[in-house]
Design a protein around this ligand. Sequence first.
Ligand code: 13P
Ligand code: SF4
Length: 370
Amino acid sequence: MIRLQRQLGESYTDASIQELDARIGVARERLGDSLLILGHHYQRDEVMKWADSRGDSLALSRFAAASTTAKYIVFCGVHFMAEAADIITRPDQQVILPDLNAGCSMADMADTEDVELAWEEFSRVTDIEKFVPITYINSAASLKNFVGRRGGSVCTSSNARAVLSWALEPPDRGDSSKKVLFVPDQHLGRNTAFQLGYKAKDMALYDPRLDNGGLDEQTIKESTVLLWKGYCSVHQRFTVDQVKSFRDLHPDGIVVVHPECPHEVVELADAVGSTDFIIKTIDQAPEGTDIAVGTEIHLVNRLANEHPDKKVVSLDPLVCPCSTMFRIDPPHLCWVLEGLVEGEVRNRITVEEDVAEGARLALDRMLSIS
Ligand code: 13P
Ligand code: SF4
């Protein structure tokens, strides 16, 4: 979704990185404890160095929820993360996204009205009471609201297993009559369902561009996990051939990937998990290990620099950055901070209370499950 980010003036666009650094430093100092800067692991280094707390999506929601002194939370990440922070923080706390165009193409693949339509289609052919909706945190607040009001939960890549397990009775705990609609990332949903012991036959892919999602009545009735046909364009690029090429060159090396990667890639990897998990895995790998990482390139490059004793490379030699995370840059960070110093809140992200109420239910459920 395109949001309108105001063009910055020349005092930001023409400033050198040294000048911007100095100005960001001054503004930060002046704002003191009233300011909390959060940074997602995919942020570029020039921005990340200013973050008071870094984390994956789950950790960042927890930091936002736990912040007591901060009046302003500047979220160096993407729009859905800032929305989630606004929902779980106090009304007197203001969440700011330095560039309004920092969205997430995957979140945009699940339009709330399309999900409502799918829900109606399911209710025509099955007992809808048996369905639990789960939305990945990478989704709009309106979708979280829909999910929360129907007894469902949000999940992140670090707690998807716990949340799916909460929603269903996995096969190893006996047969369940429950079903899940998992939006918007088919890969995270599929990878997690496989982890819990479900088979391909238990899952079906719902394509919102087709009538009834392209599924017949029987498939909807018989599937346990209905996966929304969404994906991350950064992670869907990783392939089995890339894993094989790396293993040919480094037979003792390890492959660590994010669960937004396709299942065939996840199956071949040595370790799979959220961005926090990837960081911990590399921290703990023995010196000298060759490690191929299947995630966004700014995190991979940071890990390579932080671990000169290990050889950390991207699994994809033609690396692909997350173009929306990349929109947050020093000029925009400086612009929002200087605005705060001047008493002007720029780019505040707010979620209407009627939407926030349901979305909060879904987020709180996630936080209590994990
Ligand atoms: P994490 O929760 O693992 O940080 O993932 C967020 C994300 O958008 C990955 O593409
Ligand atoms: Fe969205 Fe993919 Fe970017 Fe994560 S990496 S924010 S899922 S587009």
